[in-house]
Design a protein around this ligand. Structure first.
Ligand code: G4P
Length: 538
């Protein structure tokens, strides 16, 4: 294969920004994503939200259950260009429940946009996703949406972010006026103002109207504020704070730059995007068992962070989503799956560009590629062009809901196994059994209640297996390592149950915090872990 020059590779890496938007449902993630695509030129006209949502079902909501519920259960990756940059947005499910899939998606990004509804502040799902982003040490940029609405108090929002999330919030923009009196956003880094005009759904791209601080139009706007003096004092104070932006703290997830805008009205999008491509880091190095693999490593490597089966019900296809970590990917290249040691030729590749699904001919660090998967991949698999190493895995997280899975037709055991294997590989659920071989008395665990419903639905519709899920009262799992005899002795009380995960690793399920504490004290020879010790390696 033709050698890629190191300069070309470095330039492609520098251009890329791979990120996810984390938010609570209804904060405006769909709207913002669409507007980012609009400003990137990946789509030319944003429809009204309802029309767009209808279109979305046709292009990205593959599963029947999504059509029925009108929510997105799957996550996808979209690529688009903005000026000299290529941006990859990885979608995290927007409904109230989420699965490990979400956690893993955050392993495949280099930064996160935290989107808040300006009138609501930090809501529960944002908090949960924020915690995962923080655990991963990801840099977080905050976009406060819906500034055109009543009830947006920027000072209160900043202090809520700082208090609730324990992160320093540094405003890069500042709203001029509020509610019906909202007039625009002051750009604190350039000392200019972006004047606001409501638009009808923001279907077409429009640049913000930018005024220098001496512009008479801006003077008139400021004159209409109820307390112009107070506003100018705020700006003087905040502009000063902006100078002291601690980039290192941002890259380490301790400081978040804050932007204000209205995705629906295409307002503040450009200011945000321009600053985001400047601030957000380009693809990072990933840790492997052979040390850190920097993206500039000339040979290609990547890992599977998501498997999606049956995306198109007509074709029963399955895709493995790969994050490129180093080197250049070229279609038809031969790589080794480090987990199985087998060589593979990568030919059936897809990427979502804007709203189109296209074949990927080449890709660079930070890019996401979908590979048609006839069952060859598992989550966490490392693909290497040269050398053999494994990227450090993301562990399985403790589910919070458990149910005993009862097969209604005992003759369908084989179908059930196939279905459970595939769905567990997608990361939607975790499967435990009361014996290390995974055959007796199966218990399924999920992070959210919806995942259990999705499981039942998909087993029935995709694998033709009818099941019943009987709730069991456990609410946490702990993987166990240490003295094997003591682990075996922990057989089960009313509040505790020993089971095994799909890899045959022992796990204890507990009914509550109290039961967990009791067992931890009684079994000092055993260590209890909230995540699977084997990570996502096989
Ligand atoms: P989500 O993906 O985070 O769930 O949110 P989505 O984009 O679907 O937006 C949720 C609602 O918030 C939508 O209203 C949308 O129009 C509205 N919205 C998004 N951005 C802004 C904004 O900047 N300002 C205001 N005022 N509203 C915004 P909806 O009632 O669900 O839909 P529709 O009736 O507007 O079609």
């Amino acid at each position: 294969m033709e050698q890629t020059s190191q300069t070309h590779l470095s330039a492609e890496i520098r251009r890329r920004r791979t990120f996810a938007i984390i938010s609570h449902p209804d904060a405006g993630k769909t709207t913002l994503t669409e507007k980012l695509l609009l400003y990137g030129g990946a789509i030319h006209l944003a429809g009204s939200i309802k029309a767009r949502k209808a279109a979305r079902y046709a292009t990205s909501d593959w599963m029947e259950i999504e059509r029925q519920r009108g929510i997105s259960v799957t996550s996808s990756a979209l690529a688009f260009d903005y000026h000299d940059h290529t941006l990859n947005i990885l979608d995290t499910p927007g409904h109230k429940d989420f699965s490990e899939d979400t956690f893993r998606t955050l392993e495949a990004v280099d930064s996160v946009v935290m989107l808040l509804d300006g009138a609501k502040g930090i809501e529960p799902q944002t908090l949960k996703l924020f915690e995962v982003a923080r655990m991963r040490g990801l840099p977080i940029v905050t976009f406060i949406n819906k500034v055109d609405r009543e009830g947006v108090d920027p000072f209160a929002l900043l202090s809520e972010i700082e208090r609730t999330l324990d992160i320093r919030a540094i405003p890069f923009g500042w709203p001029i006026g509020s509610g019906t009196g909202f007039r625009g956003v002051w750009d604190l880094t350039r000392d200019t103002a972006h004047l606001y005009e409501a638009v009808d759904h923001g279907g077409a791209r429009a640049s913000d109207r930018i005024c220098a601080s001496s512009d008479p139009e801006l003077t008139a706007v400021l004159g209409s504020l109820p307390d112009r003096e107070a506003f100018e004092e705020e700006i003087a104070l905040l502009s000063h704070a902006g100078d002291s932006f601690d980039r290192k703290g941002f890259l380490e997830g301790r400081v978040t730059p804050v932007f204000f805008g209205s995705a629906l009205n295409n307002f503040g999008i450009e200011l945000f995007l321009d600053s985001f491509v400047d601030l957000a880091p380009s693809p990072r190095a990933y840790q492997s068992d052979k040390g850190a693999i920097p993206p500039e490593t000339p040979s290609f490597s990547g890992f599977v962070f998501k498997i999606q089966a049956n995306m198109d019900p007509q074709h029963r296809d399955r895709f493995a989503f790969i994050r490129v970590c180093s080197g250049r990917f070229v279609r038809e290249m031969t790589v080794t799956n480090a987990t199985t040691g087998k060589p593979l030729r990568l030919s059936k590749t897809i990427q979502f560009l804007g709203q189109k699904r296209e074949r990927v001919e080449e890709a660079w660090p930070g890019d996401i590629i979908g590979l048609h998967d006839p069952g060859l991949f598992r989550i966490g698999d490392t693909l290497c062009e040269k050398g053999l190493f494994h990227f450090e895995g993301i562990p399985s997280f403790s589910p919070e809901l458990f149910a005993r899975l009862i097969l209604e037709d005992p003759l369908k055991r084989k179908h059930l196994k196939k279905g459970l294997d595939q769905l567990a590989e997608e990361g939607a659920i975790q499967v435990f059994a009361q014996d290390p071989h995974g055959e007796r008395d199966m218990i399924v665990g999920a992070v959210g209640a919806l995942q259990l419903e999705v499981l039942k639905f998909r087993l029935e519709h995709e694998y033709n297996v009818k099941t019943r899920l009987d709730p069991v009262g456990y609410d946490r799992a702990r993987w166990m390592t240490g003295d094997k005899n003591r682990i075996d002795a922990l057989s089960g009380t009313l509040d505790t149950l020993r089971v095994y995960d799909r890899e045959g690793e022992p796990v204890a399920l507990f009914r509550n915090e109290w039961a967990l504490r009791y067992v931890v004290e009684k079994y000092p020879e055993v260590s209890f872990h909230g995540t699977s010790p084997r990570g996502f390696k096989n």
